[in-house]
Design a protein. Structure first.
Length: 505
């Protein structure tokens, strides 16, 4: 094992070799959830990142209001989850109305009890704006920042790095650039990468945040729904207790105009619900859209990557868009750091598209099916298929499993690494942080020596891992699994930049 001083010296040497003459290591465009998570993850790894946001501040609305269980696990690792749990709450039951008459209630979100392996079992309701505030606060704690009022206007890359031109007139050079700048991504267009997709629903929709007078809505314990010939309205109470609801309205006529002004929003609610226009005291944010599903033809061009909505655009059904973008960032962050700071081969970055694009394609199919079923009046309950706990990378080049005849129920390389008891704590406590984790379970012997960024633990038993040696990636997936550490384990270490071999004198 390398001593800490030598290890840090080697890290700085490798950084200088990769980013010679660069202003920063990574430029990220777009300070939405995807960009913030990536910047935060890089900051805790010691990677210099410049996060650009064209707007003057963070996004102010509730749009992506559902955090799936897998995303909660990511936020646990990043140190944000306690604030998120305090600010959020469970999804309320749906309540259908006809005028002022109740017409039945139901759960749109399937509810589950936490288990040892899944400590966060249910989708969490929290406005996107609040999630972003908490991510931004954590980024600031780690010494990072957002450069507001600065947009990317162009880019040029060569074998050594990327040159980013900003709306401020500056030019910034970095080793890599990540476009997390939304569905109309400037980065994607600058690269000439197309998007293949379809219109999920030609009918326009309105989504807005509305503050309503106390007592004007029957209660804040339900998600209230009214259906009408010209379209439905849903009012979802948002956590915080300040009278704020998210309004979602559909329009049956594809040619209908959508008025997003406060007056237009008030008029719509007065026309379709028992609310009076004056009972809507504030409309802090409103937007219109048509549900669309599209996937970028590729997620990488040289030293430039796409993530989040820049790479895949979803229907809001099932709450998949924001969550999939967070997973993109979580997958890419550790790989960039391993290449920049730990001498991992550049080929490691090829695994980003190889792992994330198939996942995005599957998730797009799921959200599209849910949207169309709901539009047809089916309203299917959202269960385990939306929680992203089953997302995995078994077919990835970074999933190596050498165990002969592992039980079918056992965790395999490429799977999410479940939580569970570990000594006096939890496995997630052991995993938390920017390191790899090695588990030796049962009679399996851990390697005699490990590189610096690996934590190791021996467990007499740990379900559902079975018996063997498991190397857990920094993003919480099993990378390598085997009965013992052998030559393939050493090869895996080298592929992800963990082998101490080749350290310069």
């Amino acid at each position: 094992m390398l001593g800490a001083p030598l290890f840090n010296a080697v890290k700085e040497w490798r950084r200088s070799a990769v980013t010679a003459h660069g202003d920063t290591d990574v430029v990220i465009t777009g300070a939405g959830p995807t960009g913030l998570v990536l910047a935060l993850d890089l900051a805790r790894r010691g990677v210099r990142a410049l996060l650009l946001e064209r707007a003057g501040g963070l996004f102010p609305g509730s749009r992506g209001k559902g955090l799936q269980p897998r995303t909660q696990e990511v936020l646990d690792d990043l140190g944000v989850l306690p604030g998120v749990l305090a600010a959020g709450g469970p999804y309320p039951r749906m309540l259908a109305w006809e005028g002022t008459e109740r017409r039945g209630e139901w759960d749109m979100i399937e509810r589950s009890e936490p288990t040892e392996q899944v400590p966060y079992a249910n989708t969490l309701l929290i406005p996107q704006s609040r999630t972003q505030e908490l991510l931004h606060a954590r980024l600031t704690e780690l010494g990072g920042a957002v450069r507001f009022g600065a947009a990317l206007t162009g880019l040029r890359q060569d074998d050594e790095g990327v040159e980013a031109r900003l709306s401020t007139g500056e030019t910034v050079r970095a080793a890599f650039l990540v476009g997390a700048d939304g569905g109309r991504s400037t980065v994607r267009r600058a690269l000439g990468i197309g998007m293949t997709g379809e219109t999920v629903d030609p009918r326009p929709m309105l989504v807005a945040d509305v503050r309503i007078s106390p007592g004007a809505v029957a209660d804040r314990d339900h998600w209230h729904v009214w259906r009408a010939a010209d379209g439905g309205v849903a009012l979802c109470p948002l956590p915080g207790g300040d009278g704020l609801f998210q309004l979602a309205a559909t329009f049956e006529d594809p040619a209908a105009g959508v008025d997003t002004t406060p007056e237009g929003v008030r008029a719509l609610l007065a026309a379709r619900t028992p609310l009076a226009a004056e009972e809507v005291t504030e409309v802090p944010w409103a937007s219109d859209y048509r549900a669309r599903a599209a996937l970028a033809d590729r997620f990488r061009e040289g030293r430039v990557f796409l993530a989040g909505d820049a790479a895949h655009v979803h229907s809001p059904a099932g709450g998949q868009g924001l969550n999939t973008g967070v997973q993109d960032a979580y997958n890419l962050g550790w790989k960039l750091a391993q290449v920049l700071l730990h001498g991992a081969p550049a080929a490691l970055l090829d695994s980003y598209e190889a792992e994330r694009r198939p996942v995005a394609a599957d998730v797009l199919g799921l959200s599209t099916r849910l949207h169309r079923a709901t539009a047809d009046g089916d309203a299917p309950q959202r269960g385990g298929d939306v929680q992203q706990l089953g997302v995995g990378y078994r077919d990835s080049a970074l999933a190596v499993d050498t165990r002969p005849g592992a039980p079918e129920a056992a965790v395999r390389a490429g799977d999410r690494a479940p939580d569970g008891p570990c000594g006096g704590g939890r496995l997630f406590d052991l995993f938390r942080g920017p390191h790899f984790t090695l588990l030796a379970v049962g009679a399996a012997e851990p390697p005699a020596a490990l590189p610096e960024p690996v934590r190791a633990a021996r467990l007499a038993a740990c379900e559902p891992y079975g018996t063997g040696v498991f190397l857990i990636r920094p993003d919480g997936y099993v990378g390598w699994a085997g009965p013992r550490a052998d030559a393939s384990f050493d090869a895996y270490l080298a592929a992800v930049g963990l082998s101490p071999a080749g350290v310069p004198a």
